[in-house]
Write a protein of this length. Sequence first.
Length: 159
Amino acid sequence: MKKLVNRIMAGLLAALGFSTVGCGGENGRPQIVEYAPPLQWYNIKGKVTDASQPEAGIPGIRMIFGYPYVMNGVNAIYPRDTVYTAADGTYRYESDGGPLAVVLKDVDGEANGSFKSDTVDLSPFFAGAEWIDGVNTVVADLTLQPGQDPELTPIPFDE
């Protein structure tokens, strides 16, 4: 009896083929088998604007992209790359994924107005992106508050 069942199963597999066995893809896409850690590329783009004038882009803002971490209870960024906003306040950055944050700093002085520095966690902008897609475009429009950064007072060093 066992031989008969084995022969019937072998005949069915031969007749139907092995291609019907396995997992299919989602949304009409074929299933892709990947044998390495997933990589995801992001094209991050957007516009940096003045909070008091939301339609006005800010040129010349230095944007330091990096990976956020906490050291001794203080939030910090491991810097990865720097870009500057264009004349209309737009920017574009390509990243290979991971949690990203950006430090925005007005470095041109009074030339385009004065703005307070800010650090923004970009993780919420990445919601819904799948690693299997290959390249995703993330639009992150950011705003800066007008004003000056506080002056840093040097800490006296005792010898």
